[in-house]
Design a binder for this molecule. Structure first.
Ligand code: SAJ
Length: 449
């Protein structure tokens, strides 16, 4: 039976359903359709489905809009709200739904449960189900497998189940999907091998097969590694501020060691993944009577950085005899990271709210992201900085690295200040242009660049 499905996949005759059309599901559906498969993309939100059918996508992902247009017009991709029917007609089903955590850091697997129920109702013998979502350890073998069995009435062996977590970087999704190595976890080996056939047809990267428990933990390890690494960079930044060193130079020097790769410090970690994936792991550990102090304290330190940034800004204003209450502050960037328009968990939210609580006049400028978190949003940078006391960089969009400081200075109030929350500006350049420069991890006045 598995050979027949593998052959259908190899010949691109396999019909595919992709469930959940967020920043992973939609590119997945488009890329599989572009590879030649007939794909039905489903989502419970009719507005998401209509946006695809009418080609009115709300995405800034480079290349995605064009690819969706191409495959929809070619009839290779269609969108629907009916996951049960899509599953019934499919040979392979990919579940790409979100796995958020709630305020108290508990996983909210309701989206995955609902998707699994719908897939289960449409599941018949001989299909492969792949979970692409990032999940707590044991979720695929326990939660998903049991829902699929219950809803379909099938037993193991009648269908296959695998886990293939995404590693795509929003902003580079289309090329990363095609080039990254993939880890594929099988409920059993046969399921992993069939899933490998599918991904072989759409990626140039290596395909690594393992048990799905190991791939669940590996995916969480990847993102908690990044969060811990960023927390370490932030810890070093706080140290540099106190010892009078410059974190950017310190990391630049340390990373010349062949086996050191320290990430970049930040005014805060945002995005859909790094802020919640550690809690998917921590929560499952708590149930097992263990707490990872390292992962938890790293998350807490990263969550502290927006507060630290506000403290730094207030201190810098004070040094220039300015009071935050009567200051106009321009926040550059509400997207959670550079070159994207997504404000999900952006550190700018906490920073803007705090500054407004302190009585500052806050204006926001971000050409990628419409969100302003309650502050005034200005479409034009020069209007934003007009009569401003301080410019605060909170997103590392490339255009913020090339600010026309000379022009900006003429528009700002006297003793203009720049606070660099992403360390994307050169302190000496900024100071030579007549600004007071302050930044995360910038304690040094002895920089030589
Ligand atoms: N950040 C730093 N310093 C760094 C790197 C990142 O402060 O050195 C900040 C960013 O500014 C951002 C946050 O961390 O606020 C997360 O950024 P990120 O570059 O890690 O990217 P994400 O959150 O978009 O993570 C995505 C995730 N993939 C998907 O959502 C499909 C995640 O699962 C991936 O592991 C990650 O890309 C990746 O690096 O591939």
């Amino acid at each position: 039976m598995s050979e027949r499905l593998k052959e259908k996949i190899r010949s691109k005759k396999a019909r595919i359903a992709v469930v959940g059309l967020g920043h992973v599901g939609l590119p997945t559906a488009a890329i599989l359709a572009d590879a030649g498969y007939s794909v039905t993309a489903t989502d419970v939100k009719s507005e998401v489905v209509n946006a695809i059918s009418s080609l009115k996508l709300n995405t800034q992902e480079p290349g995605l809009q064009e690819m969706v247009g191409k495959v929809v017009e070619a009839g290779k991709l269609k969108a629907s709200v009916d996951t049960i029917l899509a599953t019934r007609e499919a040979d392979v089903v990919l579940i790409c739904v979100q796995t958020p955590v709630n305020e108290s850091g508990e996983p909210d697997l309701s989206y995955l449960e609902r998707a699994s129920r719908h897939v289960g109702k449409g599941l018949t013998k001989g299909k492969l189900v792949i979970v692409a979502s990032t999940v707590p350890p044991g979720t695929v073998k326990k939660l998903v497998a049991s829902i699929l069995k219950r809803e379909s009435g099938l037993k193991f062996g009648d269908f296959w189940l695998a886990h293939c977590p995404e590693r795509i970087l929003p902003g580079k999704t289309m090329q990363e999907f095609a080039q990254n190595d993939r880890i594929i976890g099988g409920f059993n080996l046969e399921g992993a091998e069939i899933a490998a056939e599918l991904f072989k047809s759409v990626t140039r990267g290596k395909i690594l097969i393992a048990d799905c428990l190991n791939t669940e933990v590996a995916k969480l390890a990847e993102n908690t590694f990044r969060d811990v690494n960023i927390a370490y960079a932030n810890e070093l930044a706080l140290i540099c501020e106190r010892v009078g060193a410059d974190i950017t130079e310190v990391i630049g020097l340390a990373n010349t060691h062949p086996r050191v790769d320290i990430h970049r410090p930040t005014c805060g970690v945002g995005g859909p993944c790094l802020v919640k994936d550690p809690y998917l792991l921590l929560h499952s550990l708590k149930k097992r009577g263990y707490d990872s102090r390292l992962i938890r304290s790293s998350r807490e330190l990263n969550d502290y950085m927006p507060d630290h940034t506000v403290k730094l800004l207030v201190k810098t204003l004070k040094k220039a005899d300015k009071n935050v209450k009567s200051s106009k502050i321009v926040v550059l960037g509400t997207a959670y990271k550079g070159e994207v328009g997504d404000p999900t968990n952006s550190p700018a939210e906490k920073i803007i709210c705090r500054l407004m609580d302190l009585g500052a006049q806050v204006v926001v400028y971000d050409p990628y992201c419409k969100e302003s978190f309650g502050a005034e949003r200005v479409e034009d940078l020069l209007k934003a900085v007009d009569r401003a006391d301080c410019v605060l960089v909170t997103t590392d969009h490339k255009i913020f690295e090339e600010l026309n400081l000379e022009q900006i200075k003429t528009l700002m109030n006297k003793t203009p200040i720049i606070v660099d929350g992403k360390r994307i500006l050169n302190p000496k350049n900024v100071e030579n242009q007549g600004f007071t420069y302050s930044g995360i991890g910038y304690g040094s006045t002895q920089t030589y660049n």
